[in-house]
Design a protein around this ligand. Structure first.
Ligand code: SF4
Length: 305
């Protein structure tokens, strides 16, 4: 309680806003001014009139907030909060890769570094990827990075033949199909909700596939009582808040662990948030030329959706 009061007082003093991703611990989601997925958070970051944005998520998300908000101070509780997808595409390798595909439109999932964004034509999130791909004229070829599994799913959904980078999300790629089948037998009335970063062998069992916010919305808009959740279990906090009478069963990984939490997202803690607000750390800074280049494909995305 004392900590909460100090956080609130520091927020007021610094005119700061706390943005948190759905994969944060429930206590962090509850103190945030806004909780959302990548698309909602980038929109919210672009529209805030706060002087400081404390971003409770991973590095590429805070960096995106800085790209759209050059005049604001963007801070993150733990600088080590990375992402396996963003890390899979180092700038130099990415540059070499896209140079092999001249005349292709480069669509990059928002889970990438500012350098990769700057080399892309359009950015997308899992919430708008289909629309972004469909906005590209049919006679244009596309390369898609960095999530191979999301890319495979989108090829099926859109019928567009895309060249894919080889990255994966270390959380979503290890859900167990075997466990999913076992849970479907045990909870025979449960609906399976999956994020499109999951492997195809999990997605084929899904009753609904969608972005984090789409999954949360789907639960509130349907009458089922039980849901098996094939994404980071942080989303269950919002699902339960909105639907306390429903049951949510997190899908275990293929190592048998039922707690498939993103180790990067979960580096953020209440203690680190307080420290961040006290010291105005850790600040995200970007070279202005790079920022302007990375902003262009982000704006293209925001214009499409
Ligand atoms: S859940 Fe996956 S995609 Fe999201 S931050 Fe963690 S590693 Fe990256």
């Amino acid at each position: 309680m004392k900590m909460l009061k100090r956080i609130q007082a520091l927020k007021k003093k610094n005119n700061a806003i706390i943005l948190a991703h759905y994969y944060q611990e429930p206590e962090i989601q509850d103190i945030a001014d806004f909780v959302g997925d990548s698309l909602e958070l980038s929109r919210r970051a672009a529209g805030t009139d706060a002087d400081v944005i404390l971003f409770c998520g991973v590095h590429f998300m805070a960096e995106t907030a800085k790209i759209v908000n050059p005049d604001k101070k963007v801070i993150i509780p733990d600088l080590d909060a990375g992402c396996s997808l963003a890390d899979s595409a180092p700038a130099k390798e990415f540059k070499d890769w896209i140079s092999k595909y001249p005349n292709h439109i480069v669509i990059s999932y928002i889970n990438c570094t500012a350098e990769v964004k700057a080399m892309s034509d359009i950015i997308c999130t899992s919430a708008n990827a289909k629309k972004v791909i469909e906005s590209v004229p049919k006679d244009k070829k596309i390369i898609f990075a960095p999530d191979r599994l999301l890319g495979k799913y989108l090829i099926k959904e859109t019928g567009r033949d895309m060249v894919l980078w080889h990255g994966t999300c270390q959380v979503h790629e290890i859900f167990s199909e075997r466990e999913l089948v076992r849970l479907k037998v045990k909870y025979e009335k449960a609906k399976v909700l999956a994020h499109p970063e999951c492997d195809e062998n999990v997605l084929i069992h899904a009753d609904f596939i969608g972005s984090t916010s789409a999954l949360i919305k789907h639960v509130s808009q349907t009458n089922n009582k039980e849901y098996i959740i094939a994404t980071e279990p942080g989303v269950i906090h919002q699902m339960l808040k909105q639907n306390p009478e429903k049951e949510f069963i997190p899908l275990p990984t293929n190592t048998g662990c039922a707690c498939n939490k993103c180790p990067h997202m979960r580096l953020n803690t209440m203690e680190k948030i307080l420290e961040s607000l006290e010291n105005m750390t850790h600040e995200i800074t970007l070279d202005e030329t790079l920022r302007i280049k990375a902003l262009k494909p982000l704006n293209r995305m925001l214009e499409i959706v």
